[in-house]
Design a protein around this ligand. Structure first.
Ligand code: PMT
Length: 322
């Protein structure tokens, strides 16, 4: 419990926590402790944050504990830990090999290229305190921006309202609504070699946002909001005669590949990245699994960090020669 708390805080006052802080390798945790310490809200909160940061957790076992109590928190059998470590390491090495290959494929291509990316949600105001939004955290688009700059590209990132730090050397322009995002993209797209539309743009906005906070009216049990269609930003870029190479995303909860292919055609995109979204998938998570689709190719990426997905995606684009 103490080590989890220290890892969460980023402390480095002993050898173990120092090593964990000073590595870029993945870390697996196999915590074991008294059942009440394990179920304590503080410990569970630490575990959640560490998982969100990419730590892999081997859940403790249940049963009799060293202190004599019985419950969840018991150390898993050594063989179970050993097998989990071997599986974890094999998966990591395989992913690392693919990532290294993708990185070297992409490096010479992106050096000096100009890349425009949209990321995050858009918020469509109802009144000064309420809005219509969605669950995009911006992590996918920010990971692409981060990797692309490290590969030598000049990146402009148009970010919806998200709580993420700007990757080093990225030019970031903050927006709130789809109309604001559209305005910026219209101004800057012509300078880009490639446009990646990773933002979850609201399809509709409130026709007439109220100037003052809407009040509850006595006896009024229903309320109707009139919505009007937002411009389709990525489709608009694709229509321009001086358009860059255009990459869209498709976030779907079902028929992912079929719907993505339909969007590829309908929006006249050069490429689309399909991802399944839903609770604990796609949105907000650190991991993702993209299928990269062009008119002639379809490449399935297995689940990995959004950074690894970004490397694979930028390497795939590099092969499209534009
Ligand atoms: O931000 P994260 O939490 O990391 O989550 C990542 C993600 C799931 C948001 C991302 O991987 C993703 O799928 N982004 C696109 C989400 C989306 O809006 O998909 P869509 O299928 O509704 O839209 C299709 C494409 O049209 C997208 O490229 C979108 O940016 C674009 N679009 C949509 C509507 C609109 N008015 N303008 C657009 O440009």
């Amino acid at each position: 419990a103490e080590t989890l708390a220290k890892l969460r805080m980023g402390r480095a006052d002993d050898l173990l926590t120092t090593l964990c802080l000073a590595t870029d390798k993945p870390i697996m945790l196999a915590p074991a402790m008294n059942r009440l310490m394990w179920s304590n809200a503080a410990t569970q909160d630490n575990v959640l944050v560490l998982k969100q940061r990419g730590f892999t957790l081997l859940e403790p076992a249940e049963g009799e504990q060293a202190c004599g109590e019985v419950g969840a928190g018991r150390m898993p059998e050594p063989l179970a830990i050993f097998n989990a470590v071997v599986a974890f390491q094999t998966k990591f090495q395989e992913q690392q090999k693919q990532t290294d290959q993708a990185w070297s494929n992409a490096k010479s291509f992106w050096l000096g290229k100009k890349l425009l990316i949209t990321a995050g949600p858009t918020f469509e105001d109802i009144d000064p305190v309420r809005f219509i939004g969605n669950r995009s955290s911006g992590k996918m688009g920010f990971a692409i921006a981060d990797v692309a700059t490290k590969l030598g590209a000049k990146v402009t990132l148009v970010a919806g309202p998200v709580q993420l730090a700007t990757p080093v050397n990225v030019e970031r322009i903050n927006v709130r609504s789809a109309l604001q995002m559209f305005d910026i993209v219209q101004t800057v797209y012509a300078d880009a070699d490639c446009f990646i539309s990773a933002a979850a743009v609201a399809d509709f906005r409130v026709a007439q946002p109220a100037e003052q906070k809407l009040k509850k009216q006595p006896g009024l049990d229903n309320m109707t909001l009139e919505l009007v269609k937002n411009p389709d930003i990525v489709a608009w870029v694709s229509e321009q005669s001086d358009k860059p190479f255009v990459v869209g995303f498709a976030a779907e909860t079902q028929n992912v590949i079929e719907y993505a292919k339909d969007k590829l055609k309908r929006k006249n995109l050069d490429m689309i990245c399909a991802n399944q979204v839903g609770e604990f998938q796609g949105f907000e998570q650190n991991d993702n699994a993209l299928t990269l689709i062009t008119e002639t190719e379809e490449v399935v990426q297995s689940l990995s960090s959004k950074t690894q997905q970004a490397i694979a995606l930028l390497s795939f684009i590099a092969k499209q020669s534009f």
